[in-house]
Design a protein around this ligand. Structure first.
Ligand code: MG7
Ligand code: MG
Length: 312
């Protein structure tokens, strides 16, 4: 009985968070009962049972600036910078984007139909990078000059996870090195809790790009099929049964598949699309527990983590 009382006390904070989620018009929680139940389990488990699995592009990074202009993804770093230095090659990156981006988000095509196109896009774009033999230094400069911007509160969010020893797995179909350089530049170093599952540029002994890591990770294969079980951090997340998943695309919702466990996954989705597209928005509400509309901050994710940390 005392145990029961203790559990109630610990989860006292959950209704407060639920109120916050329900009162905000930019936050959609289609099934609050389920969300509340997941949150209670996560609070009881505490930081020690939690892992955050997050997408990077347009999830930890901002989708648009204050004037509504689209910001850059990790691949986009090449489009912008190469255009400046070598317009002919830059145009090739831009042509690829103009051809394949509409296919990635085409509502009429199935995932199976899109996959070969995504493989072609990533493959071609990566070949351009490797053939040009960009050096590590050049790419670090590209990142410095890029239009990748952290969401408000992202730095604090990452640091607070690290402070509470909650692992952060950044699962990205972008380019992992670009994320690493960005974090190094913004945070001074990559926090110890932070791990990557992504496409990595491999460098030769002269630090020139010479290949990409395998398997290729594109939008529609972000699941256990691309996770190498021998990854060094796997033991670190083995006992972490409660997952907070952060993403912005439909391809992000299975990022937790592959971690063997029976705890809940709380899926938080950033919706960056048009508000007129009610079908798309509805689809997000079905697959994500919490949908955040045009949110340039990490406030909600931070509040969830704060609540998990508050009782220990
Ligand atoms: N994405 C994927 N590729 C490219 C590229 O070559 N250039 C640009 N600008 N964007 C690219 O983080 C994953 C996202 O990155 C985009 C090969 C895709 O739209 C994908 O959703
Ligand atoms: Mg994304």
């Amino acid at each position: 009985q005392a145990d029961c009382f203790e559990q109630l006390k610990k989860t006292d904070v959950v209704p407060l968070l639920m109120n916050y989620l329900m009162e905000n018009e930019q936050i959609i929680c289609a099934d609050p009962t389920t969300v509340e139940a997941k949150l209670r389990k996560m609070v009881l488990g505490g930081a020690g049972k939690t892992v955050v699995i997050s997408d990077f592009d347009y999830t930890l990074s901002r989708f648009a600036n204050e004037s509504g202009e689209r910001l850059s993804t990790t691949h986009g770093v090449f489009d912008d910078n190469v255009m400046r230095l070598n317009p002919e090659l830059g145009q090739k990156f831009v042509d690829l984007k103009n051809k394949y981006y509409p296919i990635e988000f085409c509502p009429k095509l199935s995932m199976e139909e899109k996959i070969p196109h995504m493989e072609k896009w990533w493959g071609t774009s990566h070949s351009l990078i490797v053939n040009e033999k960009f050096s590590k230094n050049t790419i670090q400069d590209f990142v410095r000059q890029s239009r990748i911007v952290f969401k408000d509160g992202a730095e604090d969010f990452i640091q607070s996870l690290d402070g509470h020893n909650i692992p952060l797995v950044i699962f990205s179909a972008g380019i992992g090195n670009i994320i690493e350089y960005f974090l190094e530049q913004k945070l001074g170093a990559i926090p110890r809790n932070t791990h990557f599952i992504s496409n990595m540029i491999l460098f030769d002994e002269d630090e020139k790009a010479c290949a990409f890591s395998e398997p290729l990770i594109h939008t529609f294969c972000k699941n256990s099929s691309v996770i190498q079980k021998e990854t060094s951090f796997f033991h670190e997340i083995a006992g972490r049964v409660n997952v907070i998943l952060l993403g912005d695309s439909m391809g992000d919702i299975h990022m937790d598949v592959g971690v063997e466990r029976d705890g809940p996954t709380l899926k938080v989705g950033y919706y960056n699309g048009s508000l007129d597209d009610t079908a798309a928005l509805q689809h997000y509400e079905e697959v994500y527990d919490i949908v955040l509309i045009h949110d340039p901050t990490l406030n909600v994710a931070q509040k969830i983590v704060d609540v998990i940390n508050s009782t220990h």
